[in-house]
Design a protein. Structure first.
Length: 83
């Protein structure tokens, strides 16, 4: 795999992980039901939507096996950072 392709896939996987974390945060904001969080909730929803839309075409052309391997590597690195 070329360096540019790997970098693109890493960016994609990192964005997917970020979206997962934002969705958890959004769910927690909804559960808290705090009216002061309304604007933040709206912006997080827009950010999640924009990321999903941006990668829709890319997802059709990615090798799912390679993406899975890269995702595991990135999640492992994140876990190490949080330990």
């Amino acid at each position: 795999m070329k360096v540019l392709e790997k970098a693109l896939m890493m960016s994609y996987v990192n964005s997917r992980i970020t979206i997962k974390n934002l969705e958890v945060a959004l769910h927690e904001m909804h559960v808290m039901n705090n009216p002061e969080l309304g604007k933040l909730q709206h912006r997080v929803e827009k950010l999640i939507s924009a990321n999903k839309n941006m990668f829709t075409i890319l997802e059709r052309n990615l090798n799912k096996k390679v993406v899975g391997e890269i995702e595991k590597d990135i999640e492992s690195l994140i876990d190490k950072c949080w330990d």
